[in-house]
Write a protein that binds this ligand. Structure first.
Ligand code: CP
Ligand code: NVA
Length: 314
């Protein structure tokens, strides 16, 4: 018997386009047939390690695992000897003897890589400073459901572009060969890292995607099928930076004018948590083009598909 290679999900570009499609299609199928999967992961355990806060990711993974007959353990790094009396290598080796999957939300990408290097079970990145693959797979499922397809689209992102969610949205747009405009303030602190831009160029060369970083919000809004924004105050950004950041990002706030400048059937997305009056106005997030709660719901279905995929169950 040929054993399949163990896979980790550290960023969306760990997957091919075909694998992304496979996971998205499975999630759509699970959403319509939840009962069919009630024992799909019975006696399986997911360890969820958290170094930063979460609502959606924690609750959707925990519920998803329970609905497939498995068990999820919430483990806060506040309660852990990690970094003090223990290193990631030893942690990865120990927990691999207990659980079937390890998911982690950490500050530094190097910690996810280290975990994936030493774990003997699949590792899922639940958000670091480089990627948020579970979110972006969910987002593309939502786009497919709302637009009927994933080709020939323009996705426009507004705001903080030195940002995990932005990076994986750019990678995914590049993988799928669609157009993406990233509208952000000028300067290294607010724009994608060079290393990410290089990866996007490589992926786009293969797919024919056009991913641009620009500094004019109205230009990005034009002809957009999807308008997306993320927090100006990502987890871990000190609160004393709030006023300064608000001023810097305000020209990239998603307002009704931005929505009006896009296509008539544009959808508005935000991975959440969201702050009204910051990255978007209340009118936009609570308005008729907003799909943020359908998007949030899909976290539950996609988590199930991701776990089944990594455990080679389809
Ligand atoms: N979108 C998202 O990951 O939300 P949480 O931070 O609440 O998990
Ligand atoms: N960029 C945000 C995403 C939250 C889901 C953060 O890192 O906090």
């Amino acid at each position: 018997m040929v054993r399949k290679r163990m896979k980790h999900l550290t960023k969306v570009s760990d997957l091919t386009k075909e694998e992304c499609e496979k996971i998205i299609n499975k999630s759509i199928e699970i959403k319509a047939n939840k009962e069919k999967y009630y024992s799909a992961l019975s006696y399986n355990t997911l360890l969820m390690v958290f170094e930063k806060p979460s609502l959606r990711t924690r609750v959707s993974f925990e519920t998803g695992m329970m609905q497939m007959g498995g068990h999820a353990i919430f483990y806060s790094l506040k309660d852990s000897p990690l970094g003090k009396k223990e290193n990631i290598h030893d942690m990865a080796k120990c927990v691999s003897r207990y659980v079937d999957l390890i998911a982690a939300r950490v500050f530094k990408r190097q910690d996810i890589w280290e975990l994936a290097k030493h774990a003997e079970v699949p590792v899922i990145n639940m958000l670091d400073d480089n990627a948020h693959p579970c979110q972006i797979l969910c987002d593309f499922q939502t786009i497919k459901e709302k637009k009927g397809q994933l080709d020939d689209l323009k996705l426009s992102y507004f705001g903080d572009a030195y940002n995990n969610v932005t990076y994986d949205l750019m990678r995914m747009s590049a993988i799928f060969g669609i157009k993406m405009d990233v509208a952000c303030p000028e300067g290294k602190k607010y724009s994608p890292e060079l290393e990410v831009m290089d990866e996007i160029s490589d992926l786009s060369r293969k797919s024919g995607a056009e991913v641009r970083v620009i500094h004019e919000a109205m230009e990005a809004a034009r002809d957009a099928d999807i308008i997306y924004t993320d927090s100006w105050m990502s987890y871990g950004i000190p609160f004393d930076k709030e006023e300064e950041r608000k001023k810097i990002f305000m020209p990239f706030q998603v307002t009704s004018n931005i929505i009006t400048a896009a296509k008539n059937d544009v959808i508005f997305m935000n991975c959440l948590p969201a702050m009204r009056g910051y990255e978007q106005t209340a009118e936009v997030i609570d308005g008729s083009r907003s799909v943020v709660f359908d998007q949030a719901e899909n976290r539950l279905h996609i988590q199930k598909a991701i776990m089944l995929f990594l455990l080679n169950k389809f």
